[in-house]
Design a protein around this ligand. Structure first.
Ligand SMILES: [Zn+2]
Length: 187
């Protein structure tokens, strides 16, 4: 991918967005495609999503995670001193390898929860970049996992939805309990 973006300044000049924590209806929603009328909203949203993701910190963020019903994701799997920011509009997985990889995944919408998830090792993702150009990326490794995780969000799917109901319920119960304890100030 060569549509490298300039990461937003870390000086607080970009307003951060509030990250939606599961369970929440917006996280279960199949998001609508970004259309021509969404240009201004998307242009305003992208730097704020990057800033929110870096601050968290995380390596990917999908629009529904900040309460926006739009098919838009930002990802950056690069190290902190060598950012590789990508914004993908209307991304879709158009090809996936038979070979799979298992990685431990987490999610900014499920703080402190992690699980091993198996997904195709290599994927081809088609998307529209910020300039409106149609692009394709062949991703492997962490980027492939991250893209699939974020695109899942646009279809109302969380990483725990790839687990057995037993494991998923265990994680969701733990999350709700931890969030309640946090809200109650650890009482
Ligand atoms: Zn996530």
């Amino acid at each position: 991918m060569n549509d490298l973006l300039t990461p937003p300044a870390a000086d607080g000049s970009v307003d951060l967005l509030r990250i939606v924590i599961a369970p929440s209806a917006i996280l279960k929603t199949k998001c609508r495609a970004v259309g021509a009328g969404d240009d201004d909203a998307v242009r305003a949203l992208i730097p704020r999503m990057f800033a929110t993701m870096y601050k968290a910190p995380g390596i990917g963020l999908a629009a529904p995670q900040v309460g926006e019903n739009l098919r838009l994701i930002v990802v950056d799997v690069g190290p902190e001193d060598k950012r590789q920011p990508y914004a993908l509009i209307n991304p879709e997985v158009v090809a996936a390898s038979d070979e799979t990889s298992t990685r431990e995944e987490g999610c900014l919408s499920l703080p402190n929860q992690f699980a091993d998830i198996t997904r195709p090792s290599v994927v081809k993702v088609r998307y529209v970049d910020q300039a409106g150009a149609r692009r394709e990326v062949d991703a492997d490794g962490l980027l492939a996992t991250c893209l699939q995780h974020e695109i899942d969000h646009l279809n109302g799917i969380l990483f725990v939805d790839h687990l057995s109901m037993l494991k998923r319920n265990m994680i969701m119960r733990r999350l709700v309990k931890e969030q309640r304890e946090k809200r109650d100030g650890g009482r």
